[in-house]
Design a protein around this ligand. Structure first.
Ligand code: MG
Length: 388
């Protein structure tokens, strides 16, 4: 179980204005919601704890409720300092297993892939920090005069998320007595003498502190907007053999034939998954869920489709509609088509009027017509669902 603690309890005094910074809209959506969304989309995170100031807890709960995140999101009250707030968030984390990531809500541009890299590094090394090289020449200054030029080759600026094994972070909090001066969690772990692995940030992960920062972040989002739809096409075929039931489109059809395959051999779900991966130019189903991997033996193919949809969402894309054809001689598939559309509608989040499933026979000839195999083809349209 990996948990993300997103800290948004600060007053944001440098930002100015009447609205607390985490509620300020960045390209149409609150900064806090954009930050939570990145962790919701990351497959390495299981649950999210948001730490907010006491006065904002109710409004954050209703914002989070309306956002309908896929993962459980708990909203807890923060403390007077950064460390106290993180500690309150950590108290909401169950058990001592897995890793916990701490993230500053004011960094909504963090990339999902960088989040994943921090989780992996924290799993391997116990502690990890997302960081960026320092571009400016850094001077030590006193009384308005430069005292020294510092060699920047060894300097990096620490960002968030910072990731830790849960028990290490608990230990860091319980054995440090000067929590008030800590500006990040890594420094507490460093004081324990533990090593922290650095993960280099691969994209802009700026902290929004001032109105100028907000303008820069808006410009970044506007610049990274693609806005163009994508189309994808997928096919699949499986051999048939005596047996049953026959799994197609998530429906187990009671008959005397079954499809042969490493997973549950559901041609329709495989074709739709392949179409989504195709639209993403992300390879095919075999490259993500290898048929030599024991993990997928007998797997419910819904898992593959859900993962493809998550990959699309991670890239800011949602399915607009889908159209599929099943080629099968027998049994007659028409009585099951509406159930398949219903299942696809639930898996994709599409209204049923945007899910089309058709069926054709092989006219008694060829591998389909002779009931040696069944196949499916699918086309999907992906469109931009939000701005990355
Ligand atoms: Mg297949």
């Amino acid at each position: 179980m990996n948990t993300a603690i997103i800290v948004a309890a600060g007053a944001g005094t440098r930002f100015g204005g009447d609205t607390p910074k985490q509620f300020v809209r960045l390209a149409g959506r609150p900064i806090l919601i954009r930050s939570i969304e990145k962790f919701d989309l990351c497959d390495a995170i299981n649950s999210i704890v948001v730490v907010v100031a006491k006065e904002t807890v109710e409004s954050v709960r209703s914002l989070v409720g309306a956002a309908e995140f896929a993962k459980p999101v708990e909203v807890v009250i923060g403390g007077a300092t950064r460390a106290e707030s993180t500690q309150n968030g950590l108290s909401a984390v169950q058990g001592n297993e897995g890793v916990v990531l701490v993230h500053d809500a004011a960094r909504p541009l963090v990339s999902v892939d960088d989040i994943r890299q921090v989780v992996r590094a924290a799993e391997e090394f116990g502690a990890a920090c997302l960081a960026a090289p320092v571009a400016d020449t850094i001077k030590r200054v006193a009384d308005g005069e430069i005292r020294e030029t510092i060699d920047r080759t060894e300097l990096m600026s620490a960002q968030t998320p910072q990731g830790f094994s849960v028990d290490l972070l608990r230990r860091a909090f319980s054995s440090n007595h000067d929590l008030a001066s800590a500006t990040d969690e890594c420094s507490l772990v460093e004081k324990l003498g533990e090593k922290v692995k650095v993960v280099a940030a691969t994209s802009l992960n700026m902290k929004i502190t001032t109105q100028e920062d907000l303008k820069i972040a808006e410009a970044f989002i506007a610049g990274s907007r693609d806005g163009r739809p994508r189309i994808g096409y997928g096919t699949d075929l499986h051999r048939l053999e005596p047996g049953g039931p026959l799994k197609v489109g998530g429906v187990a059809i009671d008959c005397d034939l079954q499809a042969v395959g490493h997973s549950d051999a559901d041609v329709l779900l495989h074709a739709v998954t392949d179409a989504i991966l195709g639209a993403l130019s992300a390879g095919d189903i075999g490259s993500h869920f290898s048929d030599t991997d024991e993990k997928w033996r007998g797997a419910d193919s819904r898992v593959f489709l859900e993962e493809a949809i998550r990959m699309a969402a991670e890239r800011g894309l949602a399915i607009g509609n889908l159209d599929a054809i099943i080629d099968l001689e027998r049994p007659k598939i028409r009585p099951f088509i509406d159930e398949m559309r219903q299942i696809l509608s639930e898996l994709t989040g599409l209204e049923i009027g945007r899910v089309s499933v058709k069926a054709k026979t092989g006219e008694g000839v060829g591998p389909i017509g002779e009931s040696l195999a069944l196949s499916a083809t699918a086309t999907v349209l992906l469109f931009p669902s939000y701005d990355q």
